[in-house]
Design a protein around this ligand. Structure first.
Ligand SMILES: Nc1ncnc2c1ncn2[C@@H]1O[C@H](COP(=O)(O)OP(=O)(O)OP(=O)(O)O)[C@@H](O)[C@H]1O
Ligand SMILES: [Mg+2]
Length: 137
């Protein structure tokens, strides 16, 4: 599925739609350049799960944030500052498998492939235009 969005709110709406289909153990991999809207997408996932989207911030120093109180717990990881050698120890593969959903920004940093993940690619197509492709599991 590919959609064009024209605002951050639009992008959040695409993510809210995806959130309604998510189940415990799902992993969402978010690819796209700096400022593409990956974190904005995670805010939409939060909203769709019943979590206050304002709580979602860019996990600069904390590698993984955890947001509870929604239909499923949302784990949010940003691997931008890591190299491949460092991600192997995070135990990301084990996260989210029981009670939650794991959203990962910069998944190209991962040491191993996460099988069965939902791949979201966000491309900048204009100042406020984004092309968002959402793959299947
Ligand atoms: N259609 C759109 N969808 C999402 N964000 C948009 C859109 N148009 C403009 N923006 C702006 O683009 C920026 C996206 O920022 P965001 O932090 O979500 O990007 P990111 O992909 O997480 O970047 P980083 O790689 O630095 O973590 C915001 O400033 C947002 O307002
Ligand atoms: Mg981000």
């Amino acid at each position: 599925m590919t959609r064009l969005t024209h605002s951050e709110e639009d992008t959040q709406a695409v993510a809210r739609d995806l959130a309604s289909t998510l189940e415990a153990g799902d992993v969402v991999l978010l690819s796209g350049t700096l400022g593409a809207g990956k974190t904005a997408f995670v805010r939409g996932l939060a909203a769709g799960l019943g979590i206050d989207p304002e709580e979602v911030c860019s996990p600069t120093f904390t590698l993984v944030h955890e947001y509870r109180g929604g239909r499923l717990t949302l784990y949010h990881a940003d691997l931008y500052r890591l190299d491949k050698a460092a991600t192997g120890d995070l135990g990301l593969e084990e996260m989210g498998v029981t009670d939650g959903v794991l959203a990962i920004e910069w998944p190209d940093r991962l040491t191993h492939e996460l099988s069965g993940a939902i791949r979201v690619q966000i491309d900048i197509a204009g100042e406020t235009t984004r092309r968002i492709s959402v793959g299947g599991r």
